[in-house]
Every structure is written in C-alpha cells, then in structure tokens.
Design a protein around this ligand. Sequence first.
Ligand SMILES: [Fe+2]
Length: 387
Amino acid sequence: MVLNFYRPVEVFFGKGAVEKTGEVARRYGFKALIVTGKESARRSGALERVVKSLNSHGIQEYILYNEVIPNPTDRVVNEGAELAVKERVDFIIGLGGGSALDTAKAISIVSSNEGSVWDYVKYPEGARLAPYLSRPVICIPTTAGTGSEVDRYSVITNEIRKEKLVLPHSLNYPKVALIDPELTLTMSPELTAITGFDALTHALESLTNRAENFMAEECSVKAIELISKWLPVAVEEPDNYTAREKLAYASMLAGIAIDHLGVALIHAMEHPVSAHYPQVAHGLGLAILSPYITRFNYKGNPEKYALFARLMGYEERPELAVDALVDFLERIGLLRTLKDVGVEEDMLDRLTEDVYMLARHSFLINPVEPSLEDVRNLYQRAYEGSL
Ligand SMILES: [Fe+2]
C-alpha cells in the first residue's frame, strides 16, 4: 500500500459555513480582495452574505474584482494581481464556481511574486518561474464540482496562444475553504449537471490512473458512490438540500483525490477543447470525451474500472464502465458530441497536437499509454458520436 498525505487547507463544511467568513478573515488582516463573477454571486445573495460577515467582524474595507469569466484567462488573473498590489490588500476571497476560485488562487501567486501568471503554469518541461510567496486565500464555492477549494490547482487559459494550462504549486492552496451547500441551491439543472460531472471525472480518473495512494482512492470511491446517487436527484430537484449537501461533499472528496493522484487523458484531451472553444464548459467537454476515452482505457486497469461500474450501479465488469457513463450522461442531459457543441472537424489535428505539446506528461499516468494516433482517433469518435 502506498500513502502520502498533505492537507494544508482548513475546511469548514455545512449549512451556514459562509457566515464564518468574517471570523476567519480577521486572522489575515483588514482589507480584502473579493474575486468573483459579474452576476451569479450577487444574484444568489452569496456576495451580500460574505460582505455582511466581513463587516460584522470589523472588516469594512474590501475591493470587489468581479471580472471572472468561465474558462478564466491569464489577462483576468494579471489584472486582478495588479489590483491586489495597487490596493495593498491583505488577503483574497474567491467566491463562485471553479473559475472564481482558480482565479483568486492564481492572483495570490502573481501578486506576491514577479512576472505574470504564464510564468507559473506547468508546461511538460516545467514552469518558467517558481513562486516563493503567496497571500492568504479563502475559497467559498458556489458550485459543486471543481474541488479547487481544497487543491493546489488553478487552470488558466492563454487567449493569445489558445493554451489551457495548470498552475499546480503547493503555495497555490487556499488557507481556508468555507463549503456551504446552501450556496449551490441556485444553480440551474444544466450547471448542476456540468459541474457535478467534473467531480465525477476527477473521481474516475484519480481512481483508475497509474498513481497510487490508497487513502486518496478511498476519497474517489466515496465520491463516485455519492455522485452516482445524488447528481440525478439534484438535476431533477434543484431545491433538494440533501442532494446539494452530498454533492458538495463528494466534490470536495474528489478534489482531495486529484490533489494526490492527478487526473489523466480525459482532462488532458478536454483542456485543448475549451482553450480553443471557450464557450464549451470544462465539465461539458469532459462529458463528451469520457465514454470514448473510457472505452480505450478500461483494459489498462480492469479491476478499478469494474469497481467504477459497480459503484455506478452496474455489474462489476470493466467494460460496463462505458455503459455506466453513457447511461448516466443521458440521465443528466449531457450526452453530446464535439460536433454538437461547435468544434470544427478540421481543428481535430490541432487539438491532438496541443495534447502532445501541453499535456503529454499525462500519457504515462493514463491507464493505457496512448499514441498521438490514438488521441486523434478518440477526438474523431467523440466528434462523430461513434462509440
Ligand atoms: Fe476538472
């Protein structure tokens, strides 16, 4: 058995956890940068609750940076970092979905070191610079999927280069995660499905890839069990608090799992898709690619894929992992092709090239090591919908 364990994030989980913001923030100073999107945190009332909690603990000063966009870009991070430096903020609050949390964490790195965010993302050859400082970050997720509130990753897109890469440094952990399932109640069924499927893919890839860590794998197993049962419920009954609570927990577990075990080819092949087509949500890209890649992968780790099939409610046979995914995607309304979401067929060569240039380190960890031809072929199948 192999185990290593490093959890530097303090977690407060449960209904009302968001009310702890002020109390926690007091440890870090008196001036906050709140990083969030334009609309949803305001509309759901989450922003108001955060500000109220800060105020009631004597923190009157905050700067609102509400420029976060889905598939966040290096420009948004660099501008946020400039603001953090100019305004001399003491700490940063990330409030929103994965994009807001990833942006907040990356702003912390860039605003505390030299250069720009692209100096810190990890190419297969490594990052250009290593950070040596960061500002305290408090993450408050309003979706259940990313796991960013408990892991060291920020996924950032470079708009000019059309590259999507990960900043994975250990200084990129938030200090505190306030996970309040109530904040996820206002998600639409589609967003619930997309973000929940991201968490399921984290659990599936961490469980089946070649990395080993039995404690983290137990997190993956539990996450799959919970998502399989509760994601369809949350999609059908958005107001079901129990479903929201289970999914917030599952998403955190899956985040812990990938933090220790990493992901694999599904994520490696998704990132170029949403880098070139930012209108495609990360979780939707994963949903489209996962059945094809799972069909390719299951022979490389039959025992774990059989376990996945069983956890999804099927007989314990590895090939049934594919059926389990297809049926599940149909049930939550995400069964689509690359063609359906606007990917052009003549871009498939470029996407393949990008997987090699930007994510080839994931080939070795994938259950079956793919060739470039395999990757190209998998994109073609996902484009046509031929499983
Ligand atoms: Fe993901």
